[in-house]
Design a protein around this ligand. Structure first.
Ligand SMILES: [Zn+2]
Length: 370
């Protein structure tokens, strides 16, 4: 981070933190384009090596000049290592692959061919794609997994982090461009076991990274944020380092984690919610917005019959393209006739909700807060 700890200085620009990064899993935030994203105030997006190496494929991305040019996005990109997705695939169906110290071998759905993702390859791909923030390959676990499993995942995560760092350093030594360099994040694993989380954080701090990631599932099986362990992990890392909360995207969870000192977030939740008709609205009392805390926002379910003749925007206080031009009734109608325009307008609104939330949290932190 820069000296005031309030922004990340990256090859494709500066990101004021805390910031929310929508997931552009396959190189696109579904249904919206780069102009829509910029219009909604999105500073950076997350893309995933696991998906991109399959489609459109690394050769295509490199021949088009990297992710920014391939997908016409000029602002920063955080590239995730693919560890979580490979782990999820194997967890769902162990016959789809295996994890060893060498790396992760998996068979993508719908194919018979095997793909290997090693720590070295993950970093090489992320760097060749032009990622602004690259993430170490980690051995992910579920929070409920037994201690021995967590212990093994931490051992492997540390082993891989060292190899990721070496690969990153070798690539940086040959880098010709001037200006800000990409950042590399180490990911802290260990499930709910505090001693393992501490062990993992200490080992990663010793290797030395530009920032750190909250690894593993951030939610319990009931969907509640694992607040205690997440706060504990933040405190294991000195405050001057940025920390990325992978997969945290529910507005209440983002607020809680940002107040704990997490700096960036990525999730597909707000955009998925939008497509399913769940639109986030900040609550107001008269002309003023309800202060961030409890009961400060709500979902509006656009398919509800009561929106059929409602000429008001989704939110009187929202300045997004959708709220400035379209009514609840029109969005309700578009949703009912399943027009693709609904998805775009709804996605723009939910992303603007998140970027306005982040701006409010940044203002709460004050010029020297955080
Ligand atoms: Zn709006």
């Amino acid at each position: 981070m820069d000296r005031d700890h309030r922004s990340l200085v990256l090859p494709h620009g500066r990101v004021a933190v805390p910031a929310f990064l929508p997931d552009a899993t396959y190189g696109t935030v579904r249904t919206v384009d780069s102009q829509d994203l910029e219009g909604a105030g999105v500073q950076a997006v997350e893309m995933n090596v696991f998906h991109l190496m399959q489609r459109p494929g690394s050769t295509v991305i490199r021949s088009l000049g990297g992710l920014h040019r391939a997908f016409s996005w000029e602002r920063p990109i955080l590239t995730d290592s693919g560890g979580f997705q490979a782990y999820s695939l194997i967890r769902q169906n162990p016959r789809r692959g295996s994890i060893t110290d060498r790396g992760i071998v998996f068979r993508p759905e719908g194919t018979a061919r095997k793909v290997i993702l090693t720590p070295e390859k993950s970093i090489q791909l992320q760097m060749s794609y032009g990622g602004d923030v690259v993430v170490c390959l980690d051995d992910c676990t579920h929070a409920d997994a037994p201690y021995e499993t967590q212990q093994e995942a931490v051992r492997r995560t540390i082993l891989w982090a060292r190899r990721c760092r070496e690969t990153f350093d070798a690539l940086m030594a040959n880098r010709a461009e001037d200006g800000p360099r990409p950042l590399i994040l180490g990911v802290i694993q260990g499930g709910n076991e505090r001693d393992l989380r501490r062990q993992c954080a200490e080992a990663l701090l010793e290797i030395g990274f530009d920032g750190y990631g909250l690894g593993g599932w951030p939610l319990d099986s009931a969907g509640n944020l694992l607040t205690d362990i997440i706060g504990f992990i933040r405190e294991l890392v000195p405050a001057e380092y940025p920390m990325h909360a992978l997969g945290v995207g529910h507005p209440d969870h983002v607020l809680t984690c940002a107040r704990m000192g997490y700096t960036t977030f990525d999730s597909s939740l707000p955009t998925r919610d939008a497509r399913r008709g769940r639109l986030a609205i900040m609550k107001a009392e008269g002309d003023a917005q309800v202060p961030l805390g409890t009961d400060w926002w709500q979902y509006l379910y656009i398919q509800d019959e009561r929106h059929r003749r409602d000429g008001r925007p989704l939110s009187e206080s929202c300045d997004c393209h959708t709220c400035r031009h379209y009514s609840r009734a029109y969005l309700h109608h578009l949703f009912r006739v399943e027009d693709g325009l609904y998805d775009r307008l709804a996605t723009i609104h939910n992303l603007r909700f998140m970027t306005r939330l982040m701006a409010r949290i940044r203002a709460e932190g004050g010029p020297h807060g955080g």
